[in-house]
Design a protein around this ligand. Structure first.
Ligand code: ARG
Length: 268
C-alpha cells in the first residue's frame, strides 16, 4: 500500500527565469517567456507541497542565473551529507557555489565539492536503496563512482540516449523504495535491461506522457505531484494506488524542466 512520509524540499523562485540561451532541445530563446506566470505556477507548486504537509525551504535566486529555479540540479543530499554540483554548461556553473553556500549556511557540515561534472538530482535519483545515476548528456560517468564513494550506497549507472531526455529525472520517476515509472526509449538497450531486471513491475510511461515531461514528478510515497498535462501517467498511478496531484508548470517547460526539476529533496 503506497504510504506518504513527510519530506523536506529546497526550492528557488523563478524571479529571474527566462530563456536567454539553449542548452537542451526544449529551450528556444526566440520564444517569449512570461516570468510573472512562471512565478505564479511555481508558487502553486510550493503551496501544494506545504498543503501535503511537507517542509519547503527557499533559496534566494541570483540575478543573471535564469535556470537557478531548477533546484534539483543544486545538490544531492542523502543522510544529511551534501554532494555539491559541477555543471556541464558554462551558463549554469555559478549555480554550484550558490547552492553549496546555502547548505553551509544552514549547518550541513558534511559536504563535498565534486571533481567531475554532476548535475545533482537531475541525474542522481535516490530510491532508498540505490542511487540511480544518469549519464550521456550532462553528468559524467566518473561522477557516479564519486557519488558512490561519498555516500557509500550502490550506484546504478544508466545511459541516456535521447537529447530531449537529457537528465535522468526527465525519463524516470522514483515512486518509493521498490517502485519506479520510466520511459524505456530514453535509455540504451543495456540500461533498459538493467531497469527491467531491477524493476520488472515498473510503470512504463507512454511517449505522450514523456513528451510533456510527465516523469519529471515528485512522490512522497503516496501523493505524486506531476505535470498536469501527463493525464495517461496520472491514470496509471491511480491504478497502482498512488494519488496523482497535477500541477501546471507550462511556463517552466520552456526551460526544459517541470515539477521535479524545481524540487531538491533534503534527506536528513
Ligand atoms: N534549462 C535547464 C538545463 O538545461 C533545465 C534543467 C532541468 N532540470 C532537471 N532537473 N531536469 O540545464
Amino acid at each position: 500500500m503506497p504510504t506518504s512520509s513527510p519530506r523536506h524540499y529546497l526550492m528557488c523562485p523563478p524571479e529571474h527565469f527566462t530563456v536567454s540561451y539553449a542548452i537542451n532541445p526544449w529551450m528556444d530563446p526566440s520564444q517569449p517567456v512570461d516570468t510573472g506566470l512562471a512565478l505564479r505556477q511555481w508558487e502553486t507548486l510550493r503551496d501544494t507541497y506545504r498543503r501535503l504537509g511537507h517542509r519547503v525551504d527557499v533559496i534566494e535566486p541570483v540575478p543573471g542565473l535564469p535556470d537557478m529555479v531548477f533546484a534539483a540540479n543544486g545538490a544531492t543530499v542523502i543522510d544529511g551529507k551534501v554532494l555539491g554540483v559541477r555543471f556541464a554548461n558554462p551558463e549554469r556553473v555559478p549555480e554550484g557555489p550558490a547552492y553549496l553556500a546555502w547548505f553551509k549556511e544552514h549547518g550541513y557540515d558534511e559536504h563535498q565539492e565534486p571533481t567531475h561534472v554532476n548535475e545533482g538530482e537531475g541525474d542522481f535519483l535516490w530510491t532508498g536503496k540505490y542511487l540511480l545515476a544518469g549519464t550521456g548528456f550532462r553528468t559524467e560517468r566518473a561522477a557516479h563512482a564519486e557519488a558512490q564513494e561519498f555516500f557509500g550506497y550502490p550506484v546504478i549507472s544508466l545511459q541516456l540516449v535521447d537529447p530531449r531526455y537529457y537528465h535522468l529525472d526527465t525519463a524516470l520517476l522514483v515512486l518509493d523504495e521498490e517502485n519506479i515509472a520510466y520511459y524505456p526509449e530514453a535509455f540504451s538497450p543495456g540500461s533498459r535491461r538493467v531497469l527491467e531486471r531491477l524493476y520488472p513491475d515498473a510503470i512504463i510511461a507512454s511517449a505522450q506522457d514523456a513528451a510533456v515531461l510527465g516523469l519529471n514528478a515528485v512522490s512522497d510515497g503516496y501523493h505524486v505531484v506531476l505535470p498536469a498535462q501527463a493525464t495517461g501517467l496520472a491514470a496509471r498511478l491511480r491504478e497502482r494506488g498512488y494519488e496523482p496531484v497535477p500541477v501546471d508548470l507550462s511556463e517552466l517547460l520552456k526551460g526544459g524542466g517541470s515539477v521535479k526539476c524545481c524540487t531538491l529533496e533534503i534527506r536528513a
